[in-house]
Write a protein that binds this ligand. Structure first.
Ligand code: ZN
Length: 144
């Protein structure tokens, strides 16, 4: 359930996205909030500026949280973001241990607004293979 307090922080994330546009960056913004609503950090998409396909704001905040917060503190934060996190960022958010994500625009809505946003190809995956060889470094790490 999205509360009025959530909406206020979501509006701030949208403002971060709007500010990104004024800087020439892509229109995506996020922030990470403590349980009392204190904004811990904000970020916007800098894919073009940094020439870095991973420079999504959600990923930046997930990395920051994993580096700067204890697991307990991270689990009590909420990420507010102008658009639903992509698959790359969703994975990083799980790894970072953040407690909750609140987004304004869903992926489906984004694709309706900008069809190029959903034009990601599927990459073929082949595997598993070579288990005995591939498990050797795992065993060396985890079983020693
Ligand atoms: Zn992303």
């Amino acid at each position: 359930m999205i509360t009025s307090a959530d909406e206020a922080l979501l509006r701030r994330a949208i403002a971060v996205a709007a500010h990104a546009v004024t800087l020439g960056d892509a229109p995506y913004g996020s922030l990470l909030a403590a349980p009392d609503g204190t904004v811990l950090i904000e970020a916007h998409n800098t894919v073009r500026r940094d020439d870095d396909i991973t420079a999504h704001p959600e990923l930046k905040l997930a990395r920051w949280a994993a580096r700067e917060l204890t697991p307990d503190a991270a689990s009590r934060t909420t990420l507010y973001t102008s658009c639903q996190p992509c698959g790359m960022c969703a994975g990083a958010l799980v790894r970072s241990g953040l407690g909750r994500v609140v987004f304004a625009i869903s992926t489906e809505q984004l694709v309706e607004l900008n069809p190029q946003s959903g034009a990601w190809p599927t990459i073929p995956h082949d595997g598993p293979a070579l288990l005995p060889e591939a498990r050797a470094p795992l065993d060396a790490y985890y079983l020693s």
